[in-house]
Write a protein that binds this ligand. Sequence first.
Ligand code: CA
Length: 223
Amino acid sequence: MRGKILVVEDEPRLAALLRDYLEKAGYEPHCLRDGIEVVPWVREQAPGLILLDLMLPGKDGVEICKEIRSFSGVPIIMVTARVEEIDRLLGLELGADDYICKPFSPREVIARIKAVLRRAVGQISPGIHGLELDKDRYKAILNSRDLDLTAVEFQLLQILASHPGRIFSRRQLMDRIYPDRRVVSDRTIDSHVKKLRRKIAVAAPGEDWVQSVYSVGYKYEAP
Ligand code: CA
């Protein structure tokens, strides 16, 4: 359910504060404090978004994020206690949708949640020309074949495919995939696109779905 939000936070006062604000904002929050409980809960309850603290008893946020991404594309906002942590987390390419640093105002958190959910809704693309994107599982099926994409490759394809013909610069792609930004270089995007195109070429030989636009960026064009 879209409005169901999982708050993973081991500081009881902070968890209670977030729960109050989320309820007031019209969401249906559920709080967990032990890292061990998170993945089974997510599998069973399929929340619309997860606010995930990094330092947790039982299992840390990085491990949890990785595990969730292996089966779900649910929006995840990571919460850290240190700004410097964010760079490291970005480098790990966990596939989180946003990062928030403590201390934060609950109002800021609500605003970020709304922004992430808005983006998530806008990215659903139709199953045309033999391409199907399953956002919840990060699965892309082309001509009935699972492309077996990584989270980043999936996001790239999803962004490009949701605006056929539109050219995206590397910077625009980076900003969408890594909302908290700039630590990744242009070459990172190029190498992800290269792998994505290789996988597409296996499922659809000779068809150029993701095209490189010289010196500008990339675009998606269904054949
Ligand atoms: Ca904590």
